[in-house]
Design a protein around this ligand. Structure first.
Ligand code: NDP
Length: 402
């Protein structure tokens, strides 16, 4: 017999982003259908004060956090607790989170790590979209999950796919997992043209609609590299058993091959609301917003190996998994800084992976046991890339600019 509907407390970090908006769309749908109900008790955002104010009012959310300034006026009902400044999301978690709450970690970048770790320490369940959290501090996150006896459900479509495939299989029977990648907008471009592509082209993703950083990460395949490292921490597999394959249609999200050579895959149209809803209603499945799969589309599915010359990111990810320690934080921070410099048109597209490799070559991978150690590795890597990017800008390498 189905159990009675419950109302679960939800804290949404990154409410104004692509994942945040889709999460609120899923919550609207679930609350209307009454099987799984959510009360959004806290929301955090960066600078988009007007959108945060609007959704906080719609969801009657009592506590909000903004890294930037608040709006000129809060629509009624206004949240009674408001936090501001760079640590606002952390303060929100500190003040509002309770054991058993669900926290959707959908802020972008390293900024998402501290509030997510604090939510784990407070006994919350984590729906994790922010892959940078596991890349930079996978060992800390896993230790905290074990110590506080709570769990993390991946939201990334590929890791959700693997989780769905693994439901009734022991993790030890896995031979390898294969994460699919769209290949981004430059999959078929001549490599030289790709290396000098401007941000407008890199931001034109063929299948997924995402925030700017994630879209650039898809064009370099750093996104898949981050996911390879994320998969290592989620599924406990070594580098050689985590592969990536290009699948431009983004319909198959991941494969698991078992010891008996049986392969399971998860398929659905490219719509993040499906893995978001799965994380929210886990382990149940309920009707959602995503359209049903059109089986005619399966006739033209294509799978291609990743070209390592075009996309060196995957090889770098395998190296990070092997090196361990602070190499994840170095890799992640170098990539965040290089993407920001590219979006400011300070470096060409091709320099993003060159700078990430240079950071890994130059900064030693040290063991990490504390957040402060991760943070120090992050800061050192950012400083390294900023300096190198500045050198490149002053070298006069501006031919690629528009
Ligand atoms: P967006 O850039 O669209 O959104 C990022 C969100 O983070 C915004 O709400 C932004 O607020 C908020 N934010 C940024 N800095 C801070 C801060 N210091 N404090 C509080 N909030 C902050 O990113 P996406 O939604 O695309 O991605 C979010 C995360 O999910 C990323 O880690 C990404 O890798 C991952 N992911 C995304 C997928 C996708 O399809 N988009 C798929 C799988 C994973 P504001 O806009 O107000 O400044």
């Amino acid at each position: 017999m189905p159990s009675a509907p419950t109302e679960r407390r939800l804290i949404l970090l990154g409410a104004t982003g692509s994942i945040g908006r889709s999460t609120l769309d899923v919550v609207r749908h679930l609350n209307a259908s009454a099987r799984h109900r959510f009360r959004v008790v806290g929301m955090a955002a960066g600078r988009n004060a007007s959108e945060l104010a609007a959704v906080a009012s719609e969801f009657r959310c009592d506590a909000v956090a903004l890294a930037g300034e608040g709006p000129a006026e809060w629509p009624t009902p206004a949240p009674s607790e408001r936090f501001h400044g760079p640590d606002a999301a952390l303060e929100l978690v500190e003040r509002v989170a309770r054991p058993g709450d669900l926290v959707m970690a959908a802020m972008v970048g390293f900024a998402g790590l501290a509030p997510t770790l604090r939510a784990i320490e407070k006994g919350c369940t984590i729906a994790l979209a922010n892959k940078e959290t596991l890349v930079a501090a996978g060992s800390l996150v896993n230790e905290a999950l074990a110590r506080h006896r709570t769990r993390l459900i991946p939201v990334d479509s590929e890791h959700s796919a693997i989780t769905q495939c693994l439901q009734d299989a022991g993790a030890r029977a896995i031979r390898r997992i294969v994460l699919t990648a769209s290949g981004g907008p430059f999959r078929t471009w001549p490599i030289e043209r790709m290396r000098s592509a401007p941000p407008e082209e890199a931001l034109r993703h063929p299948t997924w609609s995402m925030g700017a950083k994630n879209t650039i990460d898809s064009a370099t395949m750093m996104n898949k590299a981050l996911e390879v490292i994320e998969a290592h921490w989620l599924f406990g597999l070594p580098a050689e058993r985590i592969e990536a394959i290009i699948h431009p249609q983004s319909i198959v999200h991941g494969f698991v091959e078992f010891d008996d050579c049986s392969v399971l895959a998860q398929l659905s149209p490219p719509d993040m609301r499906l893995p978001i809803q799965y994380a929210l209603t886990w382990p149940e499945r309920v009707e959602g917003r995503t359209a049903a799969l059109d089986f005619d589309a399966l006739r033209s599915l294509v799978f291609e190996p990743v070209d390592g010359e075009r996309f060196p990111a995957i090889e770098l990810a395998h190296r990070v998994v092997r090196d361990g320690g602070s190499s994840g934080a170095i890799f992640n921070a170098a990539n965040e800084e290089a993407v920001a410099a590219y979006l400011r048109r300070e470096i060409p597209f091709g320099s993003i992976s060159t700078l990430v490799r240079a950071a890994l070559d130059s900064l030693p991978a040290e063991p990490v046991r504390t957040f402060e150690q991760v943070s120090a590795a992050d800061a050192a890597s950012r400083a390294f890339v900023r300096e190198r990017a500045r050198d490149r800008t002053t070298e006069g390498a501006t031919a690629w600019r528009r």
